[in-house]
Structures are given as C-alpha cells and as structure tokens.
Design a binder for this molecule. Structure first.
Ligand code: MIG
Length: 643
C-alpha cells in the first residue's frame, strides 16, 4: 500500500509518475512509522524520527557510501562532484531519498525533496533513524507490503519504468581521459582486435571537443568526424562522446549565442547570465529545469546523432563548478586583507579558501532557474540538475531519432532520472575497497530504479595494478555497464598494457558468453520493475547469516555472484544459504562445476577465472564468445546448471 503525505508546498520533481492523492502530512502521518515535526525556525525545519529495534536493517539510498545495510552511518543527499570516495564521505553524485526499514515493521519511505537532506541512520544515536531538511516543503511516500521485494516493486511502479539501454551497451567499453585524436581511438580498437579482446564501445572524453565546447569536434584532432564514426562502425565499434553541463562563454559559438539570446541559461539574482568556470573556462549552465530550455539543449545532441553517434555520457552535471568570478573576487579580498603582506600566513585558511573556490555553496545559492514563469533558486532544487540534463537528451532523442536505440548515462542523478538514462558511479579510485563499494551500490541503485549501472573498472584515480584490474573486471562481467575508465595522468590501464593478455581475454570472454542471458535478465527487470541485483537478505529472509552478507549478491532468480576483492587472495570465503552449483569459467574456455552444500566454504579462484553460483534447480544459457555483441551466435547456446 502506498500513501502520500504532503508537507508545505513541494516543488514538483516529477520523480513519481503515478497519481496518488496527497493527504495532509501533519494530520495524517501514521505514527507507527515514525514521528514528524515541522518548524519555521531555520535549520531542520522538517524532522522525521523513528526508533529502530536492535535487529532492524535499513536499505536504500541508491548511490551512497558504505554498506548495503545503511545503518550505523550518516548520509547527505547533496549531489557533489567529489572524486575521493573515502568511507567518511557523506555525499556522492546522486540523491536517492528512498529508504526501507526491514524489521518488526517493514516499510519504505521516499522523501521527494530536491535539495539537501540528511539521513542519520543510527549514527548519532544508535537506535534513532532521523531524516531532516531545512524546509518543510516535500511529499513523503509511505510504502508497506508483505515483503521487502514487494515494497521495492510498489515503489518502482509509482516512479515509472526504468530506461532500457540498447543491447550493444552490454558489450565491453574502453575509455580513458586523455585519448585525444582519431589515432588514439584507432589504436585502442586495433589493439583489442589484434589481441582478440572483445570490444563494442570506445568512449570519447573531453579532448575530442574544440576547446571543450559541447557539440563541437576539434577538427585538427578528428578531421572528418562523420567518416571517422563510420570507419569505427565498420569495425563494429560505437563511439560514445562525453557531454558536459557547462556551455562555454564565447561570442560566436552558436550554442552559447542561442542560449543567451533566448534566456535559456541560469541567471544571477540581477537577471544576468550566471557564469561558472569548468573545463572550457567560464561557462553558462543551460536551465534544464525550464521545459523550453530543456527542449533546446536536448535538440543540440542531434548534430552528433546525425554524424552517426548512438551513445552519450553526461558529465559535470551536479553541476560541478571549479570557481565563479564572484568566488574569485571574495578570494582576492581575503588575500588583500589577510595575507598580502605575508606577515602571518593562515595556511589552513589559505588552503581551505583555495579548495573552497570549487563547488562552493555560496555559488549554488546565487543562481536561479526559470520554471513555468517562476524564478526558483538553484539551492532549492540542486539535486535535480543532472536528472534534467539527462532528461533533456532523452526527450530530444524521442523526437530526433525515435527509431534509434541510444545509450545514455549520467554522473549526477535524482530518482526519476532512471526513466531517461543509466548512471556510472563517477570517480572512484584504483583501490581494492572500491571493488566492494561497486558491488554494494548495485542493489541499492536497483531499489531506486537505476538498472543500467556500472563503475569505472580498474579504478579512475590512482595507478591500477594488473591483479586489481583483473579482479574488478571479474565483477564487471556482471554489471550492465562494463567499462574500463581511468584518469589522465594515471598508469595506462587498457588490458593490453599488461603481461599475459590472455588472462584478460579469458575474463572478458566470459562477459560475452553471458550477454544474451544477462541482457534478458536486465530487460525483464526493466519491464517488470524488478531488481536485477538483490542482497541475500531480501531473499533468504529467515537466514540470520545471509541477512548480514554484504559481499555477495543474488543476480536475477538464477545466480549468486561473489567476486574476489582482496589483494593476493587465492580465493575467498562464501556463504550459501542453500545448496548451489559453484561454477568457474576457466581460462581455456571450459567450465568447472561443483555442487556445494549450504553453509560456509572457501572457494579458490585464480586471477584469470570467473566464479559464479547457480541456485538450486536453476539453469542459465551461455554462448560462445564473440568479438562484439552483434556477432554473438545464439545458436551456440547451451544450458548450464541444474538441467
Ligand atoms: O573534472 O572529463 O567523472 O569520468 O574522465 C573531471 C574528464 C571531469 C569527470 C568524470 C570522469 C572524466 C573527467 N571528468
């Protein structure tokens, strides 16, 4: 059952697509599911409190830090461009305000609120679940059902069907910030092909653009873009360009001129265009919350689609800000007043001030959207920007190329964006702990509607290592987006940079053997509002041990995955709640099978093997590997499992 409680005057985020009659929140909220207080006194105007029992678990929050069970920490929904995802971080790129309480009471809450919101889940007080924000304008959805899986399904039903990515998007993708010209891309393709490593996508990061201007190509780097896209097509490669949120301020640049002339950019309080520096220098932000501006910005993708492009990734759409002229002015003043004479350098303050130029709250508080004739301060709708940038593209695709299946994913997101595109989880690092974080986010994202998802395999920041990349790829085999991506300046991490390339081939081949099955699982999850990845706790609800397992997941109805995520390991421990068939994809293409009883086991897994578990009385189909999705031969399918 779903009930919707209204507090104050909420902004319509369009996260929920089903019409549900709103009840007066203050009068009608059922105290069995927590207490709500509202006040006009500034901070924490809205407070929700629920006393958790000892064994209650709390799930959800989509792209968030820490465990699958969120209990024990504090999280803040505030879309942030923060590339260092250490355990202490409260905010990442997304804002997914959906939580599920699983205990004596089973219920879920969706706080449809587009600005900063705090979820303290037993952090300040171990049995207190607290959710709060600074304005009491929101819709709160309360969902109850027999089981947690039913609750998720009910929620997914009201937020609408998830974006369905094309099948080629299940192929392997190679990406790197630093590829600059046609030759760089050609080399990536030819080295994969020459080494017989399957490949479907090559990602184009910001350097393909002319001076980082959206929807332009640097013709010195790629002289004839359409011809190049075609050349790649003939190699069965999809080129996937990046699009950044900010539009370069440059007289004569058509996107800038059009946006300016039509008032399609976000404004300062005085009505002038708000400017913020990102990669191109000063940029304007398309006002994607304004329906007209959104349609205009989306239409801009058509030049690339006309050139044959059929996939995009939207970046920097929190939106990320390196600095604003106003911020620099403040800094100058601080410099003049405090440190010019270098008498007493307040070093901590100097460092803080410098770092604080980027993604500064003052800047987010200082610009405005124009939404259906109303001026709305960005700070009140901050978490909706990436969502609506991606929505802009998706809505335009429906008009520009209705018959084309286009891959689209975003860095920043809010619930609702799941209908328009997928996400990647941003700038992780080449750390072993981030393999596990990648795994933990999968079910949490699925609860919130995001199904086409994946992390930068091998790690974006820092130098990767051969074993880390192999282990991470062995998890990536199962994630819808399987993309190797890394930052400029880090160790090269294309698989052909390492010794014994056959080991990488073995792992990536497993992906291709599973693509028909995986795509089917994914598609069914989209159509039926199901989760593709589930915590063991959602299925083995009566098994106390299974309920706390956080490094294994159920995949669809048939499988369990349990990747190795520690350095120098020869394998790992797994917990089976029921008898399963443990299979191992071996480097020679054979498949080892072994029935394991319920209980604890140590499984040995070498770096070039991929482990997988088939649940009792289930089977899956596998095919022969191919060099790209298009060449997968379905007639080679065979069943494996409990046949
Ligand atoms: O400020 O385009 O998360 O994937 O390679 C960094 C360069 C901007 C951040 C993205 C990353 C991408 C990088 N971008």
């Amino acid at each position: 059952m779903i009930r919707k409680f209204r507090f104050g005057k909420p902004f319509d985020t369009e996260a929920v697509v089903e019409h549900i009659e709103a009840e007066n929140g203050i009068e009608k909220f059922d105290n069995r599911y927590g207490e709500i207080s509202i006040t006009d006194a500034g901070d924490s105007a809205f407070c929700y409190r629920y006393t958790m029992s000892d064994n209650d678990a709390v799930y959800g929050l989509g792209e968030a830090n820490r465990g699958i069970n969120k209990r024990g920490y504090i999280y803040v929904s505030n879309c942030s461009d923060d590339p260092i995802h250490t355990e202490d971080k409260l905010s990442l790129y997304g804002a997914h305000n959906f939580i599920i309480v699983d205990g004596n009471d089973k219920f879920a809450l969706f706080f449809d609120y587009p600005s900063e919101m705090t979820f303290d889940i037993g952090f300040n007080k171990q049995d207190l679940l607290f959710v709060g924000c600074n304005k009491y304008d929101l819709d709160l959805y309360l969902i109850t059902a027999e089981s947690i899986l039913d609750i998720v399904k009910e929620f997914r039903t009201i937020i609408g069907q998830s974006y369905l990515a094309p099948k080629f998007a299940f192929g392997y993708g190679q990406s790197r910030w630093g590829y600059k010209n046609a030759e760089d891309f050609r080399e990536v393709v030819s080295k994969h092909r020459a080494n017989n490593i399957p490949l479907d996508m090559v990602y184009m990061d910001i350097d393909y653009m002319d001076s980082y201007k959206d929807f332009t190509i640097d013709s010195k780097r790629i002289p004839d873009f359409t011809a190049f896209v075609n050349e790649m097509k003939n190699e069965k490669i999809h080129l996937i360009p990046i699009i950044d949120a900010g539009v370069k301020v440059q007289p004569g640049y058509d996107v800038y001129e059009e946006g300016k002339a039509n008032d399609y950019f976000c404004k300062r309080e005085d009505g002038t265009d708000f400017e913020a520096a990102v990669w191109p220098g000063l940029t304007c932000l398309p006002d994607v919350l304004n329906p007209e501006a959104r349609a205009w910005f989306g239409e801009k993708y058509s030049s690339l689609i006309d050139a044959g492009i059929d996939g995009f990734w939207n970046d920097m759409n929190e939106p990320a800000i390196f600095y604003t002229p106003e911020g620099v002015e403040d800094f100058k003043q601080f410099y003049d007043e405090s440190i010019k004479d270098l008498k007493e350098i307040p070093s901590f303050e100097l460092v803080g001030r410098t770092v604080g130029l980027a993604n500064n709250k003052n800047d987010y508080d200082s610009f405005y959207h124009s939404i259906n004739g109303e001026r709305v301060c960005h700070k009140d709708v901050h978490n909706l920007y990436g969502y609506n940038m991606t929505r802009a593209a998706s809505e335009a695709f429906g008009k520009i190329a209705p018959d084309k299946d286009i891959l689209l994913f975003s860095r920043s997101s809010y619930i609702g964006m799941h209908r328009y595109g997928g996400i990647w989880t941003g700038d992780n690092n080449s750390w072993w702990s981030h393999i596990l974080l990648n795994l933990k986010m999968l079910p949490s994202l699925n609860m919130c509607g995001f199904l086409y998802i994946g992390a930068d395999l091998g790690g974006f920041g820092c130098n990767t290592s051969r074993d880390l990349l192999l282990r991470w790829l062995a998890l990536g085999v199962f994630t819808p987006l399987m993309r190797n991506h890394s930052a400029d300046g880090t160790r090269r991490q294309e698989v052909y940079q390492f010794e014994h390339i056959e080991d990488f081939r073995a792992v990536i081949n497993v992906r291709y053997r599973l693509i028909p099955y995986l795509y089917e699982c994914y598609k069914n999850a989209v159509i039926n509002n199901d989760m593709m990845f589930k915590p063991l706790a959602f299925v083995y609800t009566e098994d106390r041990i299974a309920r706390t397992v956080e490094d294994q997941l159920l995949l669809s109805d048939e499988l369990m995955i349990a990747p190795v995520y520690t350095q120098n390991a020869i394998g790992r421990y797994v917990y089976l709640s029921e008898e399963m068939m443990f299979i191992k994809f071996m480097p020679d293409g054979s498949i080892n099978k072994q029935i394991l009883d319920a209980g604890h086991h140590f499984i040995e897994v070498a770096l070039n093997e991929v482990p997988l578990f088939i649940r009792k009385n289930q089977k899956i189909s596998i095919v022969k590997p191919a060099r790209c999705v298009d060449e997968i031969d379905i007639s080679t399918a065979e069943f494996i499992g409990y046949c």
